[in-house]
Design a protein around this ligand. Structure first.
Ligand code: PLP
Length: 383
């Protein structure tokens, strides 16, 4: 067999981190439902002591996703937010973070309502223009945290430019790669230090668990984050690790289909007179279309569109049948949501207005159902 770095994406997705079980030959990694591990004698064990520290099912998932991101170390947490919390925890009082202004509402919330109280400073800037990031740099800047595409208005930031700037300035660079997944873009390849994901979304892909992961090739960063796993305990359970491991095996085929279906839905939405604006990086009208084309394999499965008012959005969302009105994204089923009152409700109205999260904005995670059925559902709801 070729070495891990030579194998293709899907081969890695199916095999990386997973050897047949040495005791039984089971092809699929078992769910190691155990809190502890017997030790032969004092200080002599098989590499596992206690599941808060490590667990073979979680290790398999961590190695699997690290391989998909072309990193060497993966640390899985109990949610995407627990992963983000651990990243900010690496900083010290007085440190400054530059962060994309259009990040997931929960990321904004943890920064503003928890980490600012512990004296971290955050500047939310439009990272689609590298000049804004340069302007925001301060003596105490220690981290640049970007999300690309952003949730929900699908803004794209130039990953290579951020990596270059962060390296030149000696600050940590982080990409929240939840929307794109490593199938569409691998930020570490550009020189980014850290990639994080909400595993809850495309990596699991079946809306049946909540989790997060951080991937890096930097041993020092990994050591610190593993220490947080052990000391704080915000770890992913063996069963959730197993569910996600099952999901990553089909990531490539799912992302191919999500991308094709979303393109069709976005093109259809762009033709509807009720739709004021469509946010999808695969449409040439998107302001960062060229950049998205350059740095992403396809444009992903997420679309946002503006129906003009809260009333119009409300009426529309009441009438969808196939698309489930629910938070979250990235599952096999189509999910539809209203960012202003759901995923981004914790962002103050004036800030929401600034970043384009209007009351008429609707977000759709295009699932793997027949695309004609999805469009038919939207058509009926728009009538
Ligand atoms: C881009 C992004 N990052 C992080 C998170 C947080 O992940 P979780 O819900 O798994 O805590 C989300 C959740 O929606 C997200 O969309």
């Amino acid at each position: 067999m070729k070495s891990k770095t030579e194998t293709g994406f899907s081969t890695k997705a199916i095999h990386a981190g997973q050897e047949p079980d040495p005791t039984t030959g089971a092809v699929m990694t078992p769910v190691y439902l155990t809190s502890t591990y017997v030790q032969e004698e004092l200080g002599k064990h098989k590499g596992y002591e206690y599941t808060r520290v490590s667990n073979p099912t979680r290790t398999a998932l961590e190695q699997n996703i690290a391989a998909l991101e072309n990193g060497t170390e993966g640390m899985a947490f109990g949610s995407g937010m627990a992963a983000i919390d651990s990243l900010f925890r690496m900083l010290n009082i007085g440190d400054h973070v530059i962060i994309s202004h259009n990040v997931y509402g929960g990321t904004y919330r943890i920064a503003k309502t928890i980490w600012e109280d512990f004296r971290l400073e955050f500047d939310f800037v439009d990272t689609t223009d590298i000049a804004n990031v340069k302007k925001a740099l301060k003596q105490n800047t220690k981290m640049i945290f970007i999300e690309t595409p952003t949730n929900p208005t699908m803004e794209i930031t130039d990953i290579a430019a951020i990596a270059k700037l962060a390296k030149a300035e000696g600050v940590l660079s982080v990409v929240d790669n939840t929307f794109a997944t490593p199938y569409l873009q691998q930020p570490l390849n550009y020189g980014i230090d850290i990639v994080m994901h909400s595993l809850t979304k495309y990596l699991n892909g079946h809306s049946d668990m909540v989790g997060g992961i951080v991937v890096t090739s930097n041993k020092k960063i990994a050591e610190r984050l593993r220490f947080f796993q052990k000391a704080i305990g915000s770890i992913l359970s063996p069963f959730d690790s197993w569910l996600c491991l099952r999901g990553t095996k089909t990531l490539a085929v799912r992302m191919e289909h999500h991308g094709k279906a979303a393109m069709q839905v976005a093109q259809w939405l762009a033709k509807q007179k009720q739709v004021k604006q469509v946010y999808y990086p695969g449409l040439p009208s998107h302001p960062q279309y060229k950049l998205a084309k350059k740095q992403m394999k396809n444009f992903g499965g997420m679309i946002a569109f503006d129906l003009g008012s809260l009333d119009a959005a409300k009426k529309f969302l009441k009438k969808v049948r196939l698309c489930a009105l629910a938070e979250s994204l990235g599952g096999v089923e189509s999910l539809i949501s209203h960012p202003a009152t759901m995923t981004h409700a914790s962002i103050p109205p004036e800030q929401r207005k600034k970043i384009g999260v209007t009351d008429g904005l609707v977000r759709i995670s295009v699932g793997l159902e027949d695309v004609n059925d999805i469009i038919e559902d939207l058509k009926n709801a728009m009538k």
